[in-house]
Write a protein that binds this ligand. Structure first.
Ligand SMILES: [Zn+2]
Length: 268
């Protein structure tokens, strides 16, 4: 049997200033200030040959994000594009055969149309929730309701539909890479990606948790969730399952992984 270990690299695809209240359940964090967070995707490279997998794709357009989501400033740089970040590791957009979306918020699914041949893996319940978000018209910022960008969802439904692969619950995507559904946590169909590495099991969170120390280690759910009990149970399960917890929006944690995981090994 081939060795199913993977190497994981963070791709920095932008930066955003967002309310710190997103970090922890409201009654435990009254912090109203904005905080600068990274917008991260992850590149999975099999250690012993085979094709890479991408997890998430960043946002579509910094200006559009501010308009649609009513959050703080968002920033892009030429070196933060998906193309530029992949090229650091020797890959082009065409080289990616599979992309997994942890969820379909604008800062994760905004690059869905950039990969010309990738199979696109999404939880069915997430696409359903994103297409018809559970939100009052008063909160619909003209196409950006509840952090979903209708342009992303429209693109997934058509023209990308023939490459969309919907899954229902937990599923192995490749040996050592598994999608695990955490229903009604950050979003209705949020999924984590469990990845086997030679140093242990890594869990790519999407936004199921935001701050590893606060949410996962201390067990305080993040500020945005659909079902508090589901969010609470998710923190427990991730803590139990993960040797390494990889968040999307936590600079402190990302610094640890700037050279990839496992640490101190050359690129495969
Ligand atoms: Zn996010």
């Amino acid at each position: 049997m081939p060795n199913p270990d993977w190497k994981i690299y963070p791709l920095l695809l932008g930066e955003a200033d967002v309310p710190q209240v997103l970090d922890a359940f409201w009654s435990l964090s009254r912090e109203k200030s904005l905080v600068s967070v990274p917008i991260t995707a992850w590149l999975l490279v099999p250690q012993h040959g085979g094709e890479p997998i991408l997890v998430d794709t960043g946002f579509r357009d910094a200006e559009r994000c501010v308009q649609l989501q009513g959050l703080g400033p968002h920033r892009s740089k030429p070196e933060w594009t998906l193309k530029a970040q992949l090229s650091k590791y020797g890959y082009s957009l065409e080289d990616i055969p599979t992309v997994i979306f942890t969820h379909l918020h604008y800062d994760h699914a905004g690059g869905c149309g950039l990969l010309p041949r990738a199979k696109i893996i999404i939880q069915r319940t997430e696409l359903q929730a994103a297409a018809v978000p559970m939100v009052s018209r008063e909160l619909d910022f003209g196409g950006g309701a509840l952090f979903y960008d209708r342009k992303d969802i429209a693109e997934l439904i058509d023209p990308l539909w023939s490459r969309v692969h919907l899954i229902d619950g937990d599923e192995e995507i490749a040996p050592g890479v598994r999608c695990v559904l955490f229903s009604n946590t950050h979003t209705p169909g949020s999924q984590a990606v469990y990845v086997r590495t030679s140093a242990g099991n890594a869990v790519i969170l999407g936004d199921i948790a935001r701050k590893v120390e606060l949410n996962v280690n201390k067990g305080i759910p993040p500020g945005l969730f659909y079902d508090l009990e589901a969010a609470y149970r998710a923190m427990k399960k991730i803590k139990r399952d993960a040797d390494f917890v990889l968040p999307s929006h936590d600079y402190e944690e990302l610094r640890k992984y700037s050279e990839g995981l496992p640490f101190g090994e050359k690129q495969a």
